[in-house]
Design a protein around this ligand. Structure first.
Ligand code: KIV
Ligand code: ZN
Length: 551
């Protein structure tokens, strides 16, 4: 049965709280710079996200600045939003006055803002991590929430590791949090331990037993360690949670968080089952997913639900036959619903700027500025000289390569390689440096890509370790565009760090880069320069933060 045929009245709205820029950015290698965070926040606003957790302001001056700029620049936006209301911008804070004040100072410029404070409640965290007892925990929660609500009227409290906490202790803590002024109570399954039955039961139990439960919004925040995050989140919704905490592509600590696209599409596809509505514009899902993947360097697995490359592909003959007879035989969602379009217009070398712009608008990139549009058009023209037909996937790869890039500190001019089974892979490289001067060098390597990286290293001179290298063809055929994603980590103390709110430890960041070209060596070189530029920019940011902190 197609549930969408059945009308449902008076549905509750489920609030989408997106934490891609906070919990998502905590995933190893997902480091984002301020401009990337701003761009993602703007896209989350277009997607219809209700609350954007923009970061953890106490973590570093850079994190504070990113949250403040999102509050200032994205906080007021209402364009294209179903709800007609701007996003609430939230900042995370541990249950301490210094953290809470810092979070408030970062978000307060947004017309709608929230402080999200948390403290662990499981015995294992109280005993080993916080070294406090249950009474001290309650006192700290009361003090933190009371202070937060003296600053702002929208306060979220999360008992960290609620999934492994004693439910009756949670009732006590949450009752006190409500009395102290919390307006949203978020129940995290921090380590992804619970099952849907247990988690659904916990939400119901807390709602039925916590004094004042009807005065607050109940929220769920699940991690995917056992692959149950989406199922647990939906079990929460079925038991009365009216806020879901999610990330784009499910990125996040360890195995990640619940993915926004999975929950949004489950609710949209099974309206009778969940009987709730959302403010999400599902047609923005694909674009958001690609942007987050390009900026974070976290490649989406091809079989990932909703946004994986194969999510709407039908390979088996029997499936294809069924699809030709009636799409509903094997398709429970239309690809257009998530913003995937079959190309209506074929672009080639005779296509002009107008046709290119119209295609970009159809693909959801109508808001590029003049400079970005020019850069993308030049790339399109160069590609069309090499490829007969330029597809939507090619255009999206161009956009990712041209537009979603960090500021260019080093610029790639040319590379030349020689390789083969009987020769030593050799590369010569020309780069323009931050001083505007052209630098050239050459190196040997284990293969052509390695030779290019060695030559670049000789010029740039920053030691780093390559931790991941992925290359994919975005379309079929020998003339396909190759998209490369790489990750590097600074070596020899050249670190850039941030504070992890849960472990309280600074962590060394990993930097990702991506590039696209019909030539795989050029694509790899562009990806490497992009990652190096990101790492160098973070290093500069860190040294200015250190001098600010020293003053
Ligand atoms: O997983 C978790 O417990 C968190 C909290 C800060 C909400 O991310
Ligand atoms: Zn989390």
């Amino acid at each position: 049965m197609d549930e969408s045929d059945v009308p449902i009245q008076d549905k509750d709205t489920v609030i989408f709280f997106d934490t891609t820029l906070r919990d998502g950015e905590q995933s190893p290698g997902a480091t984002l710079n301020v401009d990337e965070k701003l761009e993602i926040a703007r896209q989350l606003s277009r997607l219809g996200v209700d609350v954007c957790e923009a970061g953890f302001p106490i973590a570093s001056p850079g994190d504070f600045d990113a949250v403040r700029r999102i509050a200032e620049e994205v906080g007021p936006l209402t364009d294209g939003r179903k709800s007609n209301q701007p996003m609430i911008i939230a900042g995370l804070a541990r249950a301490s006055k210094v953290d809470i004040q810092r979070a408030y100072d970062a978000v307060k410029v947004a017309p709608r803002h929230r402080i999200h404070t948390f403290l662990a409640t499981s015995d294992i965290h109280l005993k080993h991590k916080l070294k406090i007892d249950r009474e001290e925990c309650i006192e700290q929660v009361i003090e933190a929430v009371t202070f937060a609500s003296s600053l702002c009227s929208d306060i979220e409290f999360s008992p960290e590791d609620a999934g492994r906490s004693d439910p009756d202790f949670l009732v006590q803590v949450l009752g006190e949090a409500i009395k102290a002024g919390a307006t949203t109570l978020n129940i995290p399954d921090t380590v992804g331990y619970t099952t849907p039955d247990e988690f659904g039961w916990l939400i119901k139990y807390l709602r039925e037993n916590t004094p004042g439960a009807d005065k607050v919004v109940w929220s769920v925040h699940c991690h995917d360690d056992l692959g149950l995050a989406t199922a647990n989140t939906l079990a929460g919704v079925q038991n009365g949670a009216r806020q879901v905490e999610v990330t784009i592509n499910g990125i996040g600590e360890r195995a990640g968080n619940t993915s926004l696209e999975e929950v949004a599409m489950a609710i949209a596809t099974r309206p009778q089952t969940f009987n709730v509505q959302t403010n999400i514009d599902t047609t923005q899902i694909t674009r958001t997913s690609r942007m987050v993947s390009a900026y974070t360097g976290m490649v989406v697995q091809p079989n990932k639900a909703i946004v994986g490359a194969n999510a709407f592909a039908h390979e088996a003959g029997i499936h294809q036959d069924g699809m030709l007879k009636n799409q509903q035989t094997y398709e429970i969602m239309r690809p257009e619903t998530v913003g995937l379009h079959a190309s209506k217009l074929v672009l080639g070398k005779h296509s002009g700027r107008h046709a290119f712009r119209v295609r970009l608008e159809d693909l959801g990139y109508g808001d590029l500025d003049k400079e970005e549009l020019n850069a993308a058009f030049q790339r399109f023209k160069r590609l069309a000289d090499k490829k007969k037909v330029v597809t939507d996937a090619d255009i999206e790869a161009i956009i990712a390569d041209e537009i979603y890039q960090p500021p260019e500190i080093w610029k790639l001019n040319h590379i030349q390689v020689s390789c083969g089974d009987n020769s030593m892979p050799t590369a010569s490289v020309s780069l323009t440096g931050p001083d505007g001067v052209e630098y050239r060098d050459a190196a040997l390597g284990t293969g052509p890509v390695d030779a290019v990286y060695q030559a670049v290293n000789r010029i740039v001179g920053v030691s780093n370790r390559l931790t991941e290298f992925t290359i994919n063809a975005v379309t079929e055929g020998l003339d396909a565009v190759a998209e490369t994603t790489i990750r590097i980590q600074p070596e020899n103390g050249g670190t850039a760090y941030s504070l992890n709110p849960q472990t309280n430890q600074p962590f060394v960041r990993t930097f990702s880069g991506h590039g696209a070209s019909t030539d795989i060596v050029v694509s790899s070189a562009r990806a490497y320069i992009s990652a190096l530029n990101k790492m160098l920019a973070a290093r500069e940011e860190l040294s200015s933060e250190v001098s600010v902190m020293a003053n």
